[in-house]
Design a protein around this ligand. Structure first.
Ligand SMILES: Cc1ncc(COP(=O)(O)O)c(C=O)c1O
Length: 442
């Protein structure tokens, strides 16, 4: 059992002298008991600077879909490195990687390379505005589309419980006037906004599975209903598949639910951990990027990360990858449910493919409102108990599996999960309370 992390604590202290809070994104500061520092990883295992091994369910907050140090991915990147970092001009991997993505995701005609999900969502919005000549967009409450002024709205309630305020200090209040917030799963609400021409809606943005707030699958017919409403009103439908893309199926939610959006935003799993994002869709929409819609970026189409894209997509396209994701996702979810039952701890588990969510203090979670009622303080205690037993889990309740996690790894995690749950009951009781900044994105 791990009791302390002295080297991590020391490095964190030093990091605070040069990095705000000693971390590279503010969200990482919420890791308990304090941010850890790592030496490296191999497959599903991550090793910290104190020499402790963990089964990793954080996976870089999602991108490390093949596990750490995947041989094919490492070789593809290593092979590219001697030829230089970037050209700011064309090279073969731009279209080879694009062809691999287009082959994997149904219905898309072109790929626009970008660097992060936050950037890719912004260019998707600009393309939708240009294509429709309209300005505003629909965003669902609880959905996350990056940290930009345009999108960081209606994600988490503020201290007074309000969702219709700006999402961060320093954000332009003008951003609010461009957004109509709608509750996830409610077609009527979207319909009344889209059918009102005064709303001037260019696009509906949606996480097709609400991964950032509970891993909630879309209600039956909901995505198809959004498609019909968008068709009827000449609005673009954008699936933000930054989490679901290349994860819940090779073709993401587009493949799994059989609904064709106008644009798909991809990042995270797309390159197995290397920084890249993409918007894919119809040529008529993406082609605007050479006809008056500015899509810039010094690092767009970087050869090293595109070598990573091609290798990752090829590895994920191997037979058996997605059936194993589904089987192991279920195994983890079932094992967690059994452990929670055994110890009399009320919590729901949601699962879609290799993404699992622990939802403390409730029987089930089908809506963002239910998600917000979760008992986050108990979960914070649990994550430390898990860490002590060699399992690295995100704050906020979401769990990821990589292709390197086998059924045996999942069983080891489930055993540690049961022991960690027992420890929360024995040592802390079950602290109740309002969600405190839980379900964080990243
Ligand atoms: C659904 C979704 N969209 C967009 C983003 C932003 O991506 P990035 O962190 O690469 O900017 C995230 C990040 O977690 C996300 O989950």
């Amino acid at each position: 059992m791990i009791d302390s992390w002295p080297t991590s604590a020391r490095l964190w202290d030093r990091a605070k002298g040069s990095l705000p809070g000693g971390v590279s994104t503010g969200m990482r500061a919420s890791m308990r008991p304090h941010p850890l520092f790592f030496r490296g990883g191999r497959g599903p295992v991550l090793t910290d600077v104190d020499g402790n091994d963990y089964l990793d369910h954080v996976l870089g907050w999602g991108p490390v879909i093949l596990g750490h140090g995947h041989p094919g991915l490492t070789e593809a990147v290593t092979r590219r490195l001697p030829y230089g970092a970037t050209f700011g001009a064309g090279h073969e991997l731009e279209f080879l990687a694009a062809e691999a993505v287009l082959e994997a995701v149904p219905g898309a005609e072109r790929v626009l390379w970008s660097n992060t999900g936050s950037e890719a969502d912004q260019i998707a919005l600009r393309l939708a505005r240009a294509a429709t000549g309209r300005n505003r967009f629909v965003k669902m409450t609880g959905h996350y589309h990056g940290w930009s002024d345009a999108f960081l709205l209606g994600y988490r309630p503020d201290a007074e419980g309000r969702l219709d305020q700006t999402g961060t200090h320093g954000q332009s209040p003008a951003a609010l006037s461009d957004v109509s917030l709608a509750p996830w799963g409610d077609l009527e609400a979207v319909s009344s906004v889209l059918r009102d021409p005064a709303q001037d809606i260019a696009a509906v943005f949606v996480e097709p599975v609400l991964c950032n707030s509970g891993v909630i699958a879309p209600p039956d017919g909901y995505l198809a209903g959004l498609r019909s409403l968008c068709d009827e009103t000449g609005t673009l439908l954008v699936f933000d598949e930054v989490i679901t893309g290349f994860r819940i199926a090779l073709g993401g939610a587009v493949e799994l639910y059989g609904v064709q959006p106008d644009l798909v935003v991809l990042a995270k799993a797309l390159a197995g951990g290397y920084p890249v994002a993409a918007v894919i869709g119809r040529d008529a929409v993406l082609g605007q990027s050479t006809r008056g819609v500015v899509h810039a970026g010094t690092y767009n189409g970087n050869p090293v990360v595109l070598a990573a894209v091609k290798a990752t997509v090829e590895a994920l396209a191997e037979p058996g990858v997605y059936p194993a994701f589904e089987a192991n996702g279920r195994r983890l979810a079932d094992g967690m449910r059994a452990a929670l039952d055994r110890h009399g701890v009320p919590a729901a588990i949601n699962q879609v493919g290799p993404v699992v969510q622990v939802l403390p203090g409730m029987d089930r979670c089908d809506t963002f409102t239910q998600f917000l009622a979760g008992d986050q303080r108990w979960y914070d205690v649990l994550t430390v108990e898990l860490l002590r037993r060699g399992v690295f889990a995100l704050p906020g309740g979401r769990w990821y599996l990589s292709a390197a996690h086998t059924a045996a790894h999942v069983d080891t995690t489930v055993e540690a999960f049961g022991a960690a749950v027992a420890a929360t009951v024995e040592t802390d009781g079950l602290p109740r309370g309002a969600l405190q900044g839980g379900g964080v994105a990243g």
